[in-house]
Design a protein. Structure first.
Length: 197
């Protein structure tokens, strides 16, 4: 037997004695439920957007304006703090933290710019969005993508030796126990200049 076949046999035997609790989850049922919930959410949200377009006034006076913005910034501060902690401790949760913090930065940029349209503060909001918030969000999304790909590479390497993995759009759930060997192609220098990240 080759070393890869021996590793695969050892993992199979170990999973018979000690099944992983995550692998006992019915991923196919979970995927169907996820698709259904996503479709329902899209339909409901589309209807809600139409209702808002037809009923919202162009101008509105908010009663808790300060609380809304201070609360949002406290949430953003917390997201940065938890992300920093996860990086410092080297925890896998950093991927989720990066995605949440990047999303909050995009929301902050959007609302700053949109709410300042037609006012004297538009240039300051636009500059803040273009020079600070959106570049930081981009860096966070890029870091999350790289860490997801690295985690996938580690998981796929446990199934066989891979140096390159495909795009995240093509990688199946590893929890499906789908055979991902056909998706990855061994790295050969000079074939193309693309980076594995």
């Amino acid at each position: 037997m080759t070393p890869a076949e021996r590793r695969e046999l050892a993992r199979t035997l170990a999973s018979l004695d000690y099944p992983h609790p995550l692998l006992e989850f019915n991923w196919r049922h979970g995927r169907k439920l996820g698709v259904l919930l996503s479709m329902i959410a899209c339909i409901v949200l589309l209807g809600w957007i139409i209702v808002l377009i037809l009923t919202l006034h162009m101008h509105y006076t908010a009663t808790h304006w300060r609380f809304a913005w201070v609360g949002f910034d406290i949430l953003l501060l917390s997201a940065f703090a938890v992300t920093g902690w996860a990086f410092w401790r080297g925890r896998q949760i950093v991927i989720a933290c990066l995605l949440v913090t990047g999303t909050l930065l995009c929301c902050d940029a959007w609302f700053d710019v949109i709410l300042d349209l037609g006012t004297s503060g538009i240039w300051e909001s636009a500059a803040s969005a273009v020079l600070i918030e959106l570049p930081l969000a981009f860096l966070m999304f890029r870091a999350a993508r790289r860490l997801i790909r690295l985690s996938t590479l580690v998981a796929m390497s446990a199934r066989g030796d891979f140096d390159r993995i495909p795009s995240l759009w093509r990688i199946p759930f590893l929890g499906d126990r789908a055979d991902v060997r056909g998706l990855a192609t061994p790295y050969s220098a000079g074939r193309d200049g693309s980076s594995p990240d």
